[in-house]
Design a binder for this molecule. Sequence first.
Ligand code: ADP
Length: 167
Amino acid sequence: MSSSPRDLLAIYPGSFDPVTLGHEDIARRTLRLADRLLIVVAETATHSKNPLFSVEERLALLREVFDGNDRVECGSFSGLLMDFARERKAHCIIRGLRAVSDFEYEFQMAQMNRELWPEVETVFLTPDAPLSFLSASLVREVAAMGGDVSSFVSPTVMRALKEKLSE
Ligand code: ADP
């Protein structure tokens, strides 16, 4: 079997409000499979109606967290993810799968996205077990009530949360 060099680009979309260790874990796993990773904040996320951080703030946090990794780029997009993936010539979309609760929505999205642009594969990755119950919304809720979330987010995000919640 001959192998040709290939520059495989993966897109990891989400709300990242804020980026958690669960997201970081999925990104790290993606880099074992893909050459380049583009992490993008969805500006028009349908399910995040009560954001804590603005899109710009979320993007700045992502950039800080992944600073120094030259295979990772962070950005944002609006409109259809598949239009964005086509423009960027991405090979795959990465999604994280936690408990069963993620499955139905993710399955629907993957099938719909394939209808919209069949050239891109959706790849599901599972996080390290202790992170499999973690969501950004849980981090927001616990932090807002004064709980310690330092084992779920990076020190960068910890600082941003403290600052935001003291506003
Ligand atoms: P959430 O607000 O639910 O944390 P995002 O929209 O920011 O979600 O998540 C983007 C993607 O990252 C989704 O595919 C989501 O399933 C995945 N993800 C989020 N947290 C985790 C985690 N702890 N482990 C694995 N995947 C995760």
